[in-house]
Design a protein. Structure first.
Lengths: 311, 850
């Protein structure tokens, strides 16, 4: 069932939600009982519609239709404003700032750092340290997308030409599924991302790994794979840090093998799926910006092998 | 005014003449010429119900696709087209046209008049709507159905990200349908305000009339920003401007503001007519007047106003400031109160009444229960923190269908079961109706209740599939089953309708013993509707005091019949050589004058064909065909304004030797045309406001360096606006000359005004063309061109109208028809001056001194 307990933001929204739902359910039941009684109760034979009765009726309607709802709505509104203030991304200093760029149909993730050399870019997998407030700076380069990880927080849109800010905080380690919530074209349905909340130690280790340039090939076959990769169309759109491949249209592949999923959380990152994805992305995600690149069987298996070593 | 006893008899000859005047043209060509509200409304109802079934079919396809995870029944491209067209169809091609069709049929009957004030506009609305609908659906034939969602957010819908013609179909074909909606709105406003029975003062207008009046104003204020927005989007797509292109300084959020300033009132545009219908159904079947007419009407008006202050609650997640979030949350919460008043009012009426279980009431109650649940979730999503979760998830899909199906579709069905006997003359079957209501109610809840949960579990809207790991399977399967059950219920009612045409019990005049005027007429009503124009003395003209006090079963005590009505003596089976109707004063309903109504015309049909050709050519960029379309429209306009024989007959009779108690209103504030022009100006004023707001939203005076800079002289535009303002002197002089019959002065006045207006436009255009604007690559310049372009278009309209008035003044200075043209031109002239001053201030003064 609905579980919004993993993070501070979602928890506060959850409290508001459950209160409103309960209140709403009570009001709905009272309404239904009143309606049923109005329709079914026994009537006195003479019950004329006199002006005086109408005046009384008007007063009753004003009480039940306007005053009582107002008495319920005003406290709810105050709570709403308080929650809004608590959710305001600028209300507290973040522990970590991450840029999130929405693209058709994947997420580019950039970890900021005061040391320029420590900035790194990854895709579709947002790692965060447990218990820390992570500020997300959201923008987009093509159309509007929306970042939504229900277990952690509600949505914020990623809008080209603007920068939006939100924050998330996970209180326990785990993998939380997020999805694009703003219709963004053909593959809107397959624009997922994973938020992986780790202990601070694990997170530090992961960041250290991500900052490194791509692993050097350990054997000749992999080296040939790298050559094939660099010589193919792949390198025009993808970056592999530490190699001449510096494309920026597609996700950064420097540590692609370390990610859990492919194609924006569409496929688990297994050798089989990786092969299928390189071989014919249009079959798995029709309309994807990644074209089917014609390559020989040999080239294919070399590139396939090379990518698997990019941990 | 005479009652039955003293009513003078009318000769058979006169009756025959009267009926001939109101007869409908026959045959195929006659069908294209018909402008009477009843046949047009029937076509309108049938067409819009057809679109409802089409929209439902699209929904069924979606529910098949989503019934199981990872389904491949539809591919992503098709699914996106289908959900776009489902929303577009239901919003633009079903609900709005359907309620307008119902109003087109019922308002004259309910208000006690013979037709709507602008019969040719009725026909024009219908044909443009039909052609617009067909045009947008024709995109399926080319596999180019719109796929940007019914909200068409930029930049996704910009040329760069949607290069196909799909969005051009959406933009342009929809504009055709919107012209229809605006036409019908103008019609409804003037109808409710001016063409009622004598004695129907403003506090006796049936609630449906009030609801439609407020709705029509909302259509004017809501659709205009949408039309402005879609025009801007289309100009962007054609590469002429860049209002919404972020790379050129445009702003995608501007589109969202323009769209939702239409889109949210739209919800209430659909709901308020339902409030009208429900009130009628509740009071007729509770067998007592609604407990507080005043409160219900005030709540309708309050809802209308409030609905324009809360559009941004569709944009909570766009990163608007916490301050704005708080304001829009408050406004969105407050609107629950007038709605609460209405709901409690209905329950109270049922409580003190003696409810009679009939299908209309059953549909009404089912709708009410569903709507209240949708209202509760509505208050929930009005709270921004919760909306951050619910927004764009299936929770909102559930919420909006609860509101729209409960608040609109069920009440519309209630209205159909209630009024179809009047329209067809036959009763629908109660048993089938009952089953239909029950199946629809169960199916609806089964389909949409689980969506609340799947949404909160994380299912976003507008996804063509979902993986099984996501855990949405069960809820979606239930939704799909429910959707088909709901469809079954709808089909039952459809069957009931066709069955009733053949086998239904004859309805008689007033099968429900209802209170409002339409039930005094025969079922179906004659084309002239009221050969004798009734006089109204009560809010419930067919319920007398006795009936209300005794509370007998309506079957036992007949309501008041037509014979018991008083009527207007002069109008009894008169006029006979032309079509005449009555106009009354707005508040008291005092009879003011007789107006001439056109009888038949090809012009509306031809003009709609012109629109179709023009707009289809716009979609595919065919300049030749655009010219052909514009040519057809011009021909139709000439036909429209060409003198009609019957109008000459009316002038002969009314200005003849026999004096009449009520004069003929041709020009000036008594005439319908004057009020129609006022509505047109309201539309233009809304458009101007929208465009100026857009100008400032895009940064407005950043264009300082270009047009506001000291180097760029402001003398020429200042002189231009001054010349236009100067033109008001001859305009006023000319109009005053009409009353004093100094026709030479009228001639001079309109001619001088024409020359001044022309000079003003020429000066402005010359200035703007020399300003070095490049709207295609700069949003600031686009904004400038938007404001300037509006004034230029308005000025062209003004020139044409003034030219027509001038031609009449020189050819036939004594003719009342020419005076109408002069009056209308004068109104537009006055507005053009206001527009000129605003445009000058915005474009030239604000950048300098602001």
């Amino acid at each position: 069932m609905i579980d919004w307990s993993a993070g501070a933001a979602a928890e506060q929204i959850g409290d508001l939600f459950w209160t409103m739902t309960t209140l709403g359910a009570v009001i709905f039941v009272i309404f239904c009982i009143a309606l049923a009684y109005a329709l079914l109760h026994r009537r006195r034979p003479q019950d004329p519609a006199t002006p005086e009765r109408d005046r009384k009726g008007t007063r009753l309607i004003l009480w039940l239709g306007a005053v009582v709802p107002a008495l319920i709505l005003v406290p709810l509104f105050i709570w709403t404003v308080q929650t809004l203030a608590a959710l305001d991304p600028r209300s507290q200093r973040p522990d970590l700032v991450v840029d999130l760029v929405g693209k058709q149909w994947w997420w580019e993730i950039r970890y900021r750092d005061s040391v320029p050399g420590n900035v790194f870019v990854t895709a579709n997998e947002l790692h965060i340290p447990v218990g820390q407030r992570v500020e997300l700076r959201l923008t987009a380069t093509d159309v509007i997308h929306s970042f939504w990880v229900p277990e952690l927080h509600g949505k914020t849109d990623l809008i080209p030409g603007r920068e939006n800010v939100t924050w998330i905080q996970a209180d326990r380690p785990g993998v939380y599924t997020g999805r694009c919530a703003e219709y963004c074209g053909m593959q809107h349905a397959n624009m997922g991302l994973l938020v992986i909340a780790q202990t601070p130690e694990e997170f530090r280790a992961w960041t250290a790994g991500q900052r490194r340039t791509a692993a050097e090939p350990r054997d000749s076959l992999t080296a040939k794979g790298r050559e094939a990769f660099l010589g193919s169309a792949c390198a025009l759109c993808h970056q592999v840090r530490g190699t001449p491949a510096g494309g920026y249209l597609g996700p950064d592949l420097t540590h692609v093998a370390s990610r859990r999923t492919l194609a924006s959380a569409l496929l688990p990152n297994t050798p089989g799926h990786l092969g299928g994805w390189i071989g014919n992305p249009q079959a798995l995600k029709p309309g994807s910006r990644m074209p089917r690149v014609p390559m020989s069987r040999e080239e294919f298996s070399l590139i396939h092998r090379y990518l698997q070593t990019l941990e | 005014m005479a009652t039955t006893a003293e009513r003078p008899s009318v000769s058979a000859e006169q009756k025959e003449g009267f009926e001939r005047a109101w007869s409908q043209p026959t045959g195929f060509l006659g069908m294209l010429q018909t402008i009477d509200n009843i046949p047009i409304a029937q076509r309108y109802l049938a067409t819009s119900f057809g679109f409802f079934l089409l929209g439902g079919l699209l929904a069924a396809l979606m529910r098949i696709q989503l019934g199981t995870p990872d389904n491949t029944f539809l591919d992503a491209e098709t699914y996106n087209q289908i959900f776009t067209m489902h929303g577009t169809t239901m919003m633009f091609l079903f609900v709005i046209p359907f309620i307008e069709a119902l109003a087109t049929y019922l308002l004259p009957l309910m208000l006690g008049t013979r037709d709507l004030p602008f019969p040719r506009l009725t026909a024009l609305s219908y044909w443009t709507y039909l052609f617009g609908g067909l045009l947008i659906y024709s995109s399926f034939l080319f596999g180019l159905a719109p796929d940007g969602g019914w909200f068409a957010y930029v930049p996704l819908t910009n040329k760069q990200w949607s290069p196909g013609l799909n969005l051009d179909f959406w933009d342009i074909a929809l504009s055709v349908a919107e012209i229809a909606a605006m036409g019908a709105a103008a019609e409804i406003i003037v109808s409710v305000l001016r063409t009622r029975s004598p004695g129907m003062s403003i506090n006796r207008i049936p609630v449906f009339g009030w609801a439609m009046l407020v709705t029509a104003f909302m259509i004017i204020f809501g659709f205009t920003p949408l039309i402005v927005g879609t025009a801007m989007l289309e100009l962007d797509r054609k590469g002429l401007t860049s209002f919404f292109v972020p790379e050129n300084g445009g702003d995608p959020l501007l589109w969202q503001h323009l769209f939702w300033v239409f889109g949210h009132p739209e919800v209430y545009i659909m709901f308020l007519p339902a409030v009208g219908i429900l009130t009628h159904v509740v009071q007729v079947f509770a067998r007592r007047p609604v407990v507080s007419y005043t409160l219900v009407v005030l709540a309708i008006i309050a809802t209308g106003f409030l609905s324009f202050g809360l559009w941004a609650h569709h944009m909570y997640a766009t990163g608007i400031s916490p301050m704005a979030l708080g304001y829009f949350a408050a406004a969105s919460t407050v609107i629950a109160i007038p709605t609460g008043v209405q709901v409690v009012g209905w329950v109270a009426t049922l409580w003190v009444g003696r409810p009679l279980w009939r299908t209309p009431l059953l549909f009404g109650i089912s709708g009410l229960v569903i709507f209240v649940l949708g209202g509760i979730t509505g208050v929930m999503v009005a709270s921004p923190p919760f909306d951050f979760q619910a927004h764009d998830s299936y929770f909102v899909v559930a919420h909006l269908h609860y509101v729209l199906i409960g608040g609109t579709v069920f009440p519309l069905f209630a209205g159909l079961y209630y009024w179809l006997p009047k329209i067809t003359g036959r009763m629908m079957d109660e048993q089938i109706g009952l089953w239909s209501a029950v199946v629809m109610f169960i199916g609806f809840n089964l389909a949409f209740f689980p969506m609340h949960i799947s949404g909160l579990l994380g299912m976003p809207r507008r996804v063509y599939t979902y993986p099984t790991e996501a855990g949405f399977d069960t809820y979606n399967l239930l939704s799909s089953i429910g959707a088909f059950l709901f469809a079954g219920g709808v089909l039952l009612s459809l069957f009931n309708f066709f069955r009733s045409l053949r086998a239904g019990r004859p309805a008689g005049d007033n099968p429900w013993n209802a209170d409002s005027l339409e039930w005094s007429n025969s079922s179906p009503p004659p084309n002239a509707q009221y050969p004798r124009i009734p006089v109204v003395r009560d809010r419930h003209p067919l319920w007398d005091e006795h009936w209300r006090q005794e509370r007998m079963r309506p079957e036992e005590t007949p309501a008041r019949t037509a014979e018991a009505q008083e009527d207007v003596e002069q109008m009894a089976y008169w006029p006979t050589r032309w079509r005449g109707a009555l106009v009354v004063s707005v508040t008291e309903g005092r009879p003011l004058a007789v107006v001439h109504m056109p009888r038949r015309s090809f012009a509306p049909f031809i003009m709609s064909v012109g629109f179709l050709v023009l707009f289809a050519a716009l979609i595919v960029d065919q300049t030749t065909f655009m010219a052909v379309g514009a040519g057809i429209i011009a021909v139709a306009l000439i036909m429209w304004f060409w003198p009609q024989d019957t109008e000459t007959a009316a002038m002969e009779e009314m200005y003849g030797p026999e004096p009449k108690e009520l004069p003929l209103a041709q020009a000036g504030p008594a005439a319908n045309g004057f009020w129609g022009t006022c509505v047109f100006l309201l539309i233009m004023a809304t458009a101007l406001t929208t465009i100026v707001a857009g100008y400032f939203y895009l940064g407005g005076n950043v264009a300082l360096d270009l047009v506001g800079s000291p180097a760029e002289p402001i003398e020429r535009p200042a002189i231009a606006v001054g010349l236009l303002a100067l033109g008001m002197i001859p305009v006023v002089a000319g109009i005053r000359a009409i009353g004093r019959r100094r026709l030479g002065l009228l001639r001079l006045g309109v001619t001088a005004a024409l020359l001044l207006a022309a000079l003003h436009l020429w000066l402005l255009i010359a200035t703007w063309l020399g300003s070095g604007l490049s709207p295609s690559s700069d949003a600031q310049h686009s904004a400038f061109v938007g404001v300037a372009g509006f004034h230029a278009v308005l000025s062209v309209i003004l020139l044409v109208m003034t030219a027509v008035a001038t031609i009449w003044a020189w050819l036939r200075p004594a003719d009342g028809r020419g005076h109408a043209a002069a009056w209308n031109a004068a109104l537009v002239y006055g507005f053009a001056i206001v527009s000129g001053v605003i445009v000058f201030g915005v474009l030239y003064l604000v950048p300098r001194f602001g």
